[in-house]
Structures are given as structure tokens and as C-alpha cells.
Design a protein around this ligand. Structure first.
Ligand SMILES: Cc1cc2nc3c(=O)[nH]c(=O)nc-3n(C[C@H](O)[C@H](O)[C@H](O)COP(=O)(O)OP(=O)(O)OC[C@H]3O[C@@H](n4cnc5c(N)ncnc54)[C@H](O)[C@@H]3O)c2cc1C
Length: 398
């Protein structure tokens, strides 16, 4: 494994760093676009994504004909690292860029790629993920939202839940049951639904962070053209899993984790505890050392995965490993910050005595959600055990 950049990559890194220094909007630093309800913030986030795209720093690995830069994965890694370093706001089109986009490159037709991919990058279309249903979360293949083919259209009836961003999304990539008479994995299709189609009702759900980031989505005789089918009729399970691997890679990225850990160290050095800085407290030091080891381990794991990608080796279960470890690590970092702050920890964002603009209690709650979203930790452990370690499948309960 070679851990250094080539002279060309270093020059590219400098160029990106200079651009970000000039262009990251100061007031929007560290902003997370996932929990948006305010149309002004949505518009602001779209403007930011368009600017990044116009500069050539979006989807660096996508082919040029679909709006990408046709570069290798190293350039994308450099941009990602610099974005974190510059505390650039998150991208509002993440589900398009990191989930459905790569899936369309893999499983879409040429026409579908040309139609959807450039609009994803331009933030003209924001996407949401219609997988989970009441009673079908971990056991996703049991989903019941029905799509019947009538002529050249699917007629969709049913309900999705926990659909992040549906309140402002333009499109949904959605799993539907197209054949109820075959084993559950074999009767699912992956279709793209225009959220403006009549018969769709979106009802926001408020999370413990106080934001309404996800929703219930109801379908009543929603008509979807057959041409919006991805990867063939009743072949949705394969396509869905491709998207899930991309999602787990996204959630398992350690770049922001490294940054957050540095912030935790700053907090520990400046927060008083037992008459000295918290970082001098033996219990806190032990906790910080444990977190430092885990952060470093995940950084090296990310390098290992990058090397595998560059050498064209199969990714295997690496997305599940990163998702499992990183989301739990993010939560433990936030938990340690709350412990360090003691009774000041849970103070709300607007309280004048908050530390770090009140981000820690919010991070604590938000990161807990990400341990569940994209497949819970228990489900990742099942995947690692069965597909990675070759252990026997979990026993079916009667
Ligand atoms: C912040 C957030 C955002 C989300 N965004 C979206 C979205 O945009 N689109 C979408 O479709 N979904 C989304 N989800 C839903 C998410 O995918 C589901 O919550 C998740 O898959 C778990 O399903 P469930 O909530 O039905 O829990 P359940 O499946 O009912 O699980 C309950 C508990 O049982 C455990 N469990 C279940 N089965 C097993 C098993 N076989 N072995 C061991 N333990 C098991 C689980 O680990 C969990 O602890 C989001 C969730 C969150 C928290």
C-alpha cells in the first residue's frame, strides 16, 4: 500500500484547497442538508452543489458523457478530504450522487443514464429512497407496496416510511412488489417515481433532533411509466443491493469522523473537569485513547479499500464493515463529548452557555439514527458473519 500522493495529485490537492478557501460560504460551514424543511436553505444548498459541480469537483469518477469528470477514485478521495478539511457544507443531492447515480451507471440503460445523471449533478433533481415500509425494515424483502403492470404503466399502491428528504425530493427510487406469487426476493422491482405524480401523499415525521427529516409516503393508484423500471422486471433485489452497498459506503466514510475526533480533542483540552482540563482526567484520557485507536484503524481500513478499488479487486463486505464500525464510532465520539461537558452537555442550541454551538447533543441523536438507517448494526453483523466469514445462516424462528 502506497500512502503518498504523486506530484500531480499533490498539485490537484493544492488547487482544490485554494478553490474551497475562496468559495466555502462561512455561515454554512459544517451544515448538514439532510434535515431541511426551509425552502431558503434548500435553495442555498442547491446553489452550493451547482458551484461545486461547475468547478469540476463533483462525481469525479463518473464518465464525462453523464456530467462526471472521467477521473480515477484518487481524485475523488482528494476532493472529499479537502471538503472535510474546509468544513464545506454537505451536498443536498447526496442520495442521487452516491446512491441512485452509481446504481444507474451499473444497471441503467444508456437512455436512463443520459436522462437522469446530469440532472442529479446539477441539483435539478433531488432523490429520496423508497425502501422501508411499516413491518419491512431489516426484513426488506417482505415489502408489500404493490405495482401492477397495466399496459405500459405500473399502478402503485401502498406505503413507505422513514423516507428521508421526501418532503422536498423530485424523484424516488422505489422498491415495489411486482409478483406476489413467487419467493419474496424474486418478486420485487426497482422503479423510479416522479414525486409530482398524482396519488402521492407525503407526511413528515419529527425525529428526536426536533427536525422533520423523514416522512411517511402513501401511494394511491400512482401511475409510473414502464420505462422507469431499472434492471428488468422482478430483478429489483439485485439492483436494490447495489444501491445499499453504495449507501453503506457513504455512511461508512471516515473523513468527517477524523475531523469530529479532532474537535473532541479540542473540547477535552479546554473543558474544565476536577480542577484541570478534562484531557488530564485518567478516565477521559483512556476513553480518548480508545477512540483514537478506532479512528486510526478506520482510516487505514479506508486506505485498504481505496487500494482494492484502484487495483480492481472486488469490494466484498467492506461496505458493511465500514458502515458498522464508523456509525458506532461517530456515536461514541458524540457520547464522549457529552460526558466531558457533564451537566452542560445537553444544553439546547440557543443557550448562551453551549459549547461548540450546541452541535454535540445534536450529533449524539443524529448519529444514533445512522446506526439504524441503511441497515442496522445487527444486520451488518449478520452480513459480515454469513457472507464474509462464511458462518451458518441465522436460524429461522418459527
Ligand atoms: C435516520 C434514518 C433515516 C432513514 N432513511 C430512510 C430512507 O431514506 N429510506 C428508507 O427506505 N428507509 C430509511 N430508514 C429506515 C431504515 O432503513 C430502517 O429503520 C432500518 O432498516 C431498520 O428497520 P426497522 O426500523 O423496521 O427496524 P426493525 O427491522 O423492526 O428492527 C428492530 C430491531 O430488531 C433488530 N433485528 C431485526 N431483524 C434482525 C435480524 N435478522 N437479526 C438481528 N437483529 C435483527 C434490528 O437490528 C433492530 O434493532 C431510515 C432510518 C433512519 C433511522
Amino acid at each position: 500500500m502506497d500512502l503518498s500522493y504523486t506530484p500531480e495529485e499533490l498539485a490537484f490537492q493544492r488547487e482544490v484547497r485554494v478553490w474551497l478557501k475562496k468559495n466555502v460560504p462561512k455561515r454554512q460551514r459544517d451544515e448538514r442538508p439532510i434535515e431541511f424543511g426551509d425552502p431558503r436553505r434548500i435553495a442555498q444548498a442547491k446553489t452550493w452543489q451547482r458551484k461545486v459541480h461547475a468547478a469540476g469537483y463533483l462525481a469525479l469518477g463518473w464518465p464525462r458523457e453523464y456530467g462526471g469528470q472521467g477521473m480515477d477514485v484518487m481524485r475523488q478521495t482528494i476532493v472529499n478530504e479537502e471538503m472535510v478539511r474546509a468544513r464545506a457544507p454537505g451536498l443536498i443531492g447526496m442520495m442521487g450522487i452516491q446512491m441512485v447515480g452509481p446504481t444507474l451507471i451499473q444497471h441503467g440503460t444508456e437512455e436512463q443514464r443520459r436522462r437522469y445523471l446530469p440532472r442529479i449533478l446539477e441539483a435539478d433533481d433531488i432523490w429520496c429512497q423508497g425502501y422501508s415500509e411499516p413491518g419491512s425494515g431489516s426484513d426488506l424483502a417482505s415489502l408489500r407496496t404493490r405495482a401492477e403492470l397495466v399496459g405500459d404503466e405500473f399502478v402503485v399502491n401502498g406505503q413507505k416510511v422513514w423516507t428521508s428528504n421526501a418532503q422536498f425530493a423530485d424523484w424516488m427510487f422505489c422498491l415495489v412488489r411486482t409478483d406476489p406469487n413467487v419467493p419474496k426476493h424474486a418478486g420485487i422491482s426497482y422503479i423510479l417515481i416522479d414525486m409530482k405524480t398524482s396519488g402521492i401523499t407525503v407526511r413528515p415525521l419529527v425525529q428526536m433532533t426536533g427536525d422533520a427529516g423523514f416522512n411517511e409516503v402513501f401511494f394511491e393508484d400512482v401511475r409510473v411509466p414502464r420505462e422507469n423500471l431499472i434492471g428488468g422486471l422482478n430483478n429489483g433485489w439485485q439492483v436494490a443491493n447495489a444501491t445499499l452497498a453504495h449507501e453503506r459506503n457513504m455512511l461508512g466514510s471516515t473523513m468527517r469522523t477524523q475531523q469530529t475526533f479532532q474537535k473532541l480533542l479540542r473540547l477535552a483540552r479546554t473543558q474544565r473537569r476536577n480542577g484541570g482540563p478534562a484531557s488530564a482526567d485518567p478516565v477521559i484520557r483512556q476513553r480518548l485513547a480508545d477512540l483514537a485507536l478506532r479512528v486510526e484503524t478506520m482510516k487505514l481500513e479506508a486506505y485498504r479499500q481505496l487500494t482494492n478499488a484502484l487495483r480492481g479487486r472486488p469490494a466484498g463486505i467492506s461496505a458493511s464493515v465500514s458502515k458498522l464500525v464508523t456509525t458506532e464510532l461517530n456515536h461514541d465520539i458524540a457520547r464522549t463529548a457529552l460526558e466531558i461537558m457533564g451537566s452542560y452537555g445537553p444544553l439546547a442550541r440557543k443557550d448562551p452557555r453551549v459549547r461548540d454551538a450546541g452541535i454535540w447533543p445534536l450529533d449524539f441523536m443524529y448519529s444514533l439514527g445512522l446506526i439504524i438507517g441503511g441497515g442496522t448494526s445487527q444486520i451488518q453483523k449478520n452480513i459480515i458473519a454469513e457472507r464474509g466469514l462464511g458462518m451458518p445462516k441465522e436460524p429461522r424462528l418459527a
